[in-house]
Design a protein around this ligand. Sequence first.
Ligand code: HSE
Length: 306
Amino acid sequence: MKELKIFSPATVANVSCGFDVLGFCLDTIGDEMVIRTTDKKGIHITKIEGYDLPFEADKNVAGVSALAMLNDAQPDYGFEIEIYKNIKPGSGIGSSSASAVGSVFGMNELLGKPYNKTQLTSFAMKGEALASKSEHADNIAPAIFGGFTLVKSVAPLEVLQLPTPANLFAVIIHPQIEIKTAEARAILPKEIPLKDAITQWSNVGSLVHALHTNDYGLLSNSLKDVVVEPHRSRLIPHFDLVREHALKHKALGCGISGSGPSIFSLCHGNETAQNVAKAIQNIYSKTKIPFEIYISEINTEGIKIL
Ligand code: HSE
């Protein structure tokens, strides 16, 4: 019997203008999981702590991605999975992705690493699809590759690793309400005006250029979303107020993290991040909604063995 313990990080998908394609990885919040081999064939979820989630492998996000890998690898043994969940489901910081990624990353290590990162992303997408009813990889890719990633295409799957400028911090506020990704996707329009599409792809292109050139001004100017945020921001109480105060305290940009309700602010330097966190905390404390705030550097390593 072999086993290992892993840290599976939270992630921010979309990064304002890059709906379903851009994401980055956090390092101060994530799940822990134990994966071990067992003589009993199949996938067996033996422990879940933190949140109430199904133990049946085919109903659990970590189980579904694990089954996808198991069916492909066909080992003559099985795997047990323990999940220590810190990321609240429905928080908008990649809770389902962390589970989906954790099982396949751990199994790949125990199998002797037959699969590369893109293949791991592909297996994990099966688990993510169970939670969000859609196969997208913008949380999964940064959890596996670390740093900023761009999902160039899902079929065939192609993930690009983007550079992470130094000294970049994320402030995350997580209002304690739940928004289901499937529901946040259902409210989006099927078509968008050409002028909005032009603004959006101009911002995605310039954001990628800013990451390559360490241009914080351009990064700031590109962190805008005219396509998705106008529809989803109304699901998040006091979103506009949070953004106003984050920008007033020199955040480079502020937007919805994934499908919400978490809101991220990107900041140049820890001092700015602390100031932004304090400002957001002051504002949100005046509401009746409980919340949590995290400050995190961008995690360029991604998921790891503990
Ligand atoms: N790109 C996805 C969305 C991320 O915004 O719906 C959440 O899974």
